[in-house]
Design a protein around this ligand. Structure first.
Ligand code: SF4
Ligand code: SF4
Length: 209
């Protein structure tokens, strides 16, 4: 296969699980129990297609431009596409399509579920390292750790955003005004940049120029 980086790339996305679907001989990559990519294996267990999801019109356009992407093998041909594992699709193009597929499947979940899958709150706080993990009422639900309503969550909610990552004002004055009481003045700027980095690493913001 021409794309040895693919497994690592997909497994570094937040919330991704991988399994081997024996009956189809696919390595399946899922978020929230839904598949967004698969590596199809032949009878020698070698990859021969990479399945991914695109918007139907985008898929049709890409298939008309690149002979090495075809309608989804063993899949719904309206939504799914198969990229030849030993074809000539450039690496960057394939990465872009995999990102699109991940994003399309993620966005089909409710906003709350998306944040659960990503393990991130609206402001990019990583639940897995939060001391309140497992016992909180959830700053992702608008309840800040001190029991007050979280203004960042309320603002996101008003704008129908999943997280602040989609907002051009990030980090806005609300971000500057809301902080955990334990964070010092010195640590606060890096808390903001860490949370923006977490949102960025989840593919929720454009990468740094
Ligand atoms: S308070 Fe709850 S929702 Fe907020 S970061 Fe911690 S574990 Fe996640
Ligand atoms: S204005 Fe601030 S709190 Fe509201 S969505 Fe934008 S970045 Fe988030």
């Amino acid at each position: 296969m021409k794309y040895p980086w693919i497994d690592d790339y997909l497994m570094h996305k937040r919330g991704v699980t991988r399994d081997l679907q024996m009956e189809w001989n696919w390595i399946r990559y899922q978020i929230g129990g839904k598949m967004f990519a698969a590596i199809l294996l032949d009878d020698q267990n070698q990859p021969y297609y990479i399945n991914l999801k695109l918007e139907p019109l985008e898929g049709e356009l890409m298939r008309s431009q690149y002979p090495d992407i075809i309608p989804g093998y063993y899949s719904n041909k309206h939504h799914w596409n198969s990229v030849k594992a030993d074809g000539d699709i450039p690496d960057d193009m394939l990465r872009h399509w995999l990102d699109r597929s991940y994003s399309l499947v993620l966005k089909a979940f409710s906003k709350q579920k998306q944040r659960e899958i990503l393990g991130l709150t609206v402001c990019g706080k990583d639940c897995s390292i939060c001391p309140l993990h497992g016992t909180c009422r959830g700053c992702s639900n608008g309840q800040a750790p001190n029991g007050n309503r979280c203004p960042i969550f309320a603002c996101c909610n008003r704008q129908c955003l999943t997280t602040c990552a989609s907002c051009v004002q990030i980090p806005c004055e609300i971000w500057q005004a809301v902080r955990e009481p334990s964070i010092t003045d010195e640590a606060f700027p890096s808390s903001i940049s860490d949370r923006i980095a977490a949102l960025r690493s989840a593919g929720l913001m454009p990468p740094c120029k």
